[in-house]
Design a binder for this molecule. Structure first.
Ligand SMILES: NC(=O)c1ccc[n+]([C@@H]2O[C@H](COP(=O)([O-])OP(=O)(O)OC[C@H]3O[C@@H](n4cnc5c(N)ncnc54)[C@H](OP(=O)(O)O)[C@@H]3O)[C@@H](O)[C@H]2O)c1
Length: 364
């Protein structure tokens, strides 16, 4: 196959937004890869951050759009269990190219076999594409860590990662109490609908005092903080019980901007409690490829399988707050909204191929 299409991405180092149209040659799959004709994708903050900082050292042009749902167009020689025509959900390698299209002609993207799973018929392409990166982030933070009966605090339960983390903790991992927060009525409502038992307004409430009251002064067993907010980090670390876990997504305290390092009080706060600082970061698997060993592949692959199983059973339901057609202007507008914060709750979905998504029951 030697077709080309126009993707959406960055053509210069540190260019930031706006993204541009990027010519892409439809690639051939390596032995462990699946070539996907993309039906839908979604937006993640990672994509504007990569355009701004190019911190994985890629040589532009780079095409973005890592969350993928679509139809298998070809498989590499070592791939088993999938064949052309299968409907799948996948995450592209975060140091590779993605699948947004700049024009109506559709797009193709590659994903590794272990990050590609069959899409159940009950899940539309659009909603399937809202899951991979945010679901895997929540999964990496919570799975195997939350024990039945735990009290869990997920600040920002109206966010892309946050609402799925709340659902996972409350509905699949049997946390006894899930506490969450939001910065306005819509995110508070989404956190509540996702299964949080207590949701506070992080701009106005004294959440540490509320958690103290709810837990008889003990604190929560586990915090999963995916807010990338330094102020939030110190505040949420102070809610962990003695010997509990403070799990943070991404680069962690003091380094959230990636360009400057600040002093963070978090480790001091956790040390006073004998609590653990656990860092989970999907990007590290791709920035440090030696981490992507069989165990990591097995774990992430299990996450993708469970995303489909739990979505099929209605336990984890991605909330799509906005749906856009794939195109340079629409993607730029969506990423600007994500960057500004507070504008869209849950996920922004991207329809890449209207023909393929026509069968989605719930496309808005
Ligand atoms: N390295 C990795 O593995 C990895 C993977 C995925 C995501 N990430 C990063 O994780 C972050 C979250 O991603 P996302 O897709 O969930 O983004 P998102 O949809 O924009 O959600 C961000 C959430 O944070 C909440 N928030 C912000 N400040 C807060 C505070 N002080 N207290 C409580 N909540 C607060 C927001 O709440 P309101 O909207 O109510 O204000 C919003 O719900 C991004 O920075 C992303 O780049 C990293």
């Amino acid at each position: 196959m030697n077709q080309t299409f126009l993707g959406v991405g960055y053509t210069r180092d540190h260019a930031g937004l706006p993204l541009e149209a990027v010519p892409v040659t439809v690639p051939g799959p390596e032995p462990d890869q699946v070539l996907i004709r993309v039906a839908a994708s979604s937006l993640n903050p990672l994509e504007y951050k990569l355009a701004e900082l190019n911190f994985l050292g890629r040589t532009p042009p780079v095409a973005l759009g890592f969350d993928l749902a679509g139809v298998v167009a070809g498989v590499g020689g070592d791939v088993t269990g999938l064949a052309a025509g299968d409907a799948v959900v996948a995450m592209a390698d975060l140091d590779g190219d993605g699948g947004w299209a700049a024009t109506g002609g559709g797009s193709f993207a590659l994903a590794r076999r272990f990050l590609t799973v069959r899409k159940p018929p009950s899940l539309g392409f659009r909603d399937g594409a809202a899951l991979p990166m945010c679901f895997l982030s929540a999964f990496a933070g919570l799975y195997g860590r939350v024990r039945p009966g735990d009290v869990v605090y997920v600040p920002g339960g109206g966010g892309g990662v946050g609402h799925l983390a709340v659902q996972m903790a409350a509905r699949t991992l049997d946390a006894a109490i899930v506490v969450s927060s939001g910065g306005g009525p819509e995110s508070i409502e989404l956190a509540r609908r996702s299964g949080a038992h207590h949701v506070f307004d992080y701009k106005h409430d004294d959440i540490a005092a509320e958690i103290g009251r709810l837990t008889g002064g003990r604190g929560v067993d586990l915090v999963f903080d995916a807010t990338y907010d330094e102020g939030s980090f110190a505040a949420t670390a102070a809610t962990v019980r003695r010997g509990g876990d403070w799990v943070v997504l991404g680069v962690g305290p003091g380094r959230t901007t990636r360009v400057a390092e600040t002093r963070s009080p978090v480790d001091g706060i956790l040390a006073e409690r004998g609590a653990r600082h656990v860092n989970v970061n999907l990007l590290r698997y791709f920035s440090e490829p030696e981490l992507l060993d069989d165990e990591a592949r097995g774990f992430l692959g299990r996450g993708m399988e469970l995303a489909m199983e739990w979505a099929d059973r209605g336990l984890v339901v991605p909330h799509v707050g906005q749906t856009i057609e794939s195109g340079v202007d629409a993607v730029n507008a969506g990423l600007r909204t994500l960057k500004a914060g507070g504008g869209v709750h849950g996920k922004i979905a991207v329809i890449v191929d209207r023909d393929l998504t026509r069968g989605d029951a719930r496309n808005g």
